[in-house]
Design a protein around this ligand. Structure first.
Ligand SMILES: *[C@@H]1O[C@H](CO)[C@@H](O)[C@H](O)[C@H]1NC(C)=O
Ligand SMILES: *[C@@H]1O[C@H](CO)[C@@H](O)[C@H](O)[C@H]1NC(C)=O
Ligand SMILES: *[C@@H]1O[C@H](CO)[C@@H](O)[C@H](O)[C@H]1NC(C)=O
Ligand SMILES: *[C@@H]1O[C@H](CO)[C@@H](O)[C@H](O)[C@H]1NC(C)=O
Ligand SMILES: *[C@@H]1O[C@H](CO)[C@@H](O)[C@H](O)[C@H]1NC(C)=O
Length: 499
């Protein structure tokens, strides 16, 4: 009897031991560690219309896995983009101070001197560098001076090329979706074997399309190869300068002014019919994007009246005329003679694509997942009066007059320009964020600049080889089952002999 009891006790102890060992092996390492210490990084996204400051963070002991770096906080700088302060001494730098002070609060003081800070400027500064290289250099210098006066590790202020902007946007999307590598069941980072997702970005002064492409890229300007986590990615990417939301609206005004004869009133088919505004010619023609369209007798101070007509068909035809669908020197083009292979796979559309899509959905009640629905929603918005829109969306007052033009522009760009159709359009997802992190180029930029995207696969994070680890797991499971069966048999036997 006693011998039997001690057998049961011994097996129970062994069972407990095996169960604890199994738990220790399977529980995610993070959960049995102390709360992690974080490291931080800052990116200033100096866009054409405004600057955003993003603070990212990651556990101090890890950095090379996807999904490890996440957005900690975001601060929108008040006022215009840094390029809008050209020629105003010190103003661009000063505009950033409030948000940089906020970053000092968001990041624990002990980490300040370890925190890298990057400033990347995009199409607004690309345009300023075209119209006035000295002013653009001065603005960059000034913002650099301001950032250096804070206790972070300043890593430079530069203008990103269109290609870089497109590629970093693609990296951000796929990093956040964990499409490069994933923390797998066997306790190590794996290539999940998933398709990557293309990136569609619509800023104020430019728009980017980037996707993995198997076909031949006929224009080397559009090709880019990245090696990430031991895998090669061949990207097609293009950035269309002057096709960002703000510059395209300017190009539309320029087109309307130059194609209508009237010298004081211009009819705007994409503005609501109850909207009328005054406009100085310089507001339209000072930009490098419209300079070539200046009328022969161009007087910057001349005032014009813009009268909305809210006519979808006229709006569609005028916007289509901004694009050139002829003169393709390659086997196929998007527009303006730019080579583009067929799109493939899924896409993520963010920034102004998201904001416009979201407004269309809210204002028309149409859920947009096909080309026809996009066209219907655009048509409905173009037919709305400003009075009605202001009643429903008072908080968006200053943007309301532009939604018809933006909706029609996105329609022409995506369907006629990029050739999305009934099959491919539904695979575009309009998003602002993935998890808590904003979509855009800035996260991908920081990851690349700080070497947190290794070319080669990251090593196993556990000491054990996965093969050995799995064997151990199976062995323990076997041990537990045997012990269980043994105990049950013993207990049954005991009960029966007691009866
Ligand atoms: C401005 O443009 C020129 C010519 O494309 C280029 O060489 C230069 O690097 C640009 N400046 C900055 C600050 O990027
Ligand atoms: C462009 O818009 C104007 C003003 O509404 C209109 O008169 C004109 O016909 C439009 N152009 C085209 C090609 O439809
Ligand atoms: C691209 O798409 C067109 C039309 O859908 C098709 O005819 C063509 O073969 C495709 N090209 C490639 C390289 O797949
Ligand atoms: C535009 O709106 C008016 C009423 O505001 C309506 O009568 C008309 O049918 C609408 N047109 C289209 C094309 O939706
Ligand atoms: C991350 O990758 C880089 C480049 O491969 C390497 O130098 C670094 O040690 C890695 N860091 C960690 C924490 O694995």
């Amino acid at each position: 009897m006693d011998k039997q009891r001690s057998w049961i006790v011994a097996s129970a102890v062994l069972l407990l031991f095996a169960a604890v060992a199994l738990l220790l092996l399977t529980v995610h390492v993070e959960e049995i560690q102390e709360p992690p210490q974080y490291m931080y990084g800052i990116v200033l996204d100096a866009g054409s219309s405004h600057t955003s400051i993003y603070v990212y963070r990651w556990p101090a002991d890890k950095q090379n896995g996807t999904g490890v770096v996440t957005q900690h906080s975001e601060c929108k700088v008040k006022g215009g983009g840094i390029s809008s302060y050209a020629g105003q001494q010190g103003a661009a730098g000063r505009s950033l101070e409030t948000c940089l002070k906020q970053a000092m609060v968001d990041i624990p003081q002990a980490r300040h001197h370890l925190t890298p800070v990057y400033l990347g400027a995009t199409a607004g500064m690309r345009l300023l560098n075209i119209s006035s290289p000295e002013k653009s250099k001065q603005v960059l210098q000034e913002v650099g001076q301001t950032i250096k006066s804070f206790p972070f590790k300043f890593q430079g202020a530069k203008i990103l090329s269109g290609k870089e902007e497109g590629a970093y946007g693609w990296v951000t999307v796929n990093y956040l979706l964990e499409n490069f590598i994933k923390y797998g069941f066997v306790g190590r980072w794996l290539n999940p074997g998933r398709q990557t997702v293309g990136a569609l970005d619509l800023g104020g002064a430019s728009t980017q399309i980037t996707f993995v492409n198997q076909d031949e890229v006929e224009d080397p300007e559009n090709s880019m190869t990245l090696r990430l986590y031991g895998q090669d990615y061949t990207l097609y990417t293009h950035s269309y300068l002057c096709y960002g939301a703000i510059e395209v609206l300017r190009k539309l005004l320029a087109h309307l002014i130059t194609t209508q004869d009237s010298s004081d009133t211009v009819h705007h088919p994409c503005y609501p019919s109850d909207h009328r505004e005054d406009l100085y010619l310089q507001q339209v023609f000072e930009s490098p994007c419209t300079k070539s369209q200046r009328p022969a007798l161009y007087k910057p101070e001349m005032l014009m009246i813009v009268q909305g007509t809210g006519n979808y068909q006229h709006c569609l035809r005028n916007i289509s005329e901004i694009f050139s669908f002829q003169n393709c020197l390659f086997s196929q083009c998007s527009f303006d003679g730019v080579f583009q292979p067929n799109t493939s796979g899924s896409f993520m559309a963010f920034s102004a694509f998201f904001f416009t899509h979201s407004f269309l959905k809210k204002s028309t009640g149409i859920y947009i997942s096909t080309p026809v629905q996009l066209q219907q929603a655009a048509q409905t918005v173009c037919n709305m009066t400003l009075v009605k829109m202001s009643k429903d969306f008072p908080e968006q007052k200053s943007y309301l007059r532009d939604y018809c033009a933006l909706a029609v522009y996105i329609q022409v760009l995506m369907l006629r320009g990029y050739h999305f159709d009934d099959n491919s359009f539904p695979r575009i997802s309009f998003q602002k964020k993935a998890g808590d992190s904003s979509l855009g180029w800035s996260l991908g930029y920081m990851l690349s600049m700080s070497s947190m995207l290794p070319e080669e696969n990251v090593n196993s994070r556990r000491a054990l080889h996965p093969g050995a680890w799995i064997s151990l797991l199976l062995l323990l499971a076997l041990l537990i089952s045997t012990m269980l069966i043994f105990i049950v048999l013993q207990v049954c036997h005991k009960t029966r002999s007691n009866v």
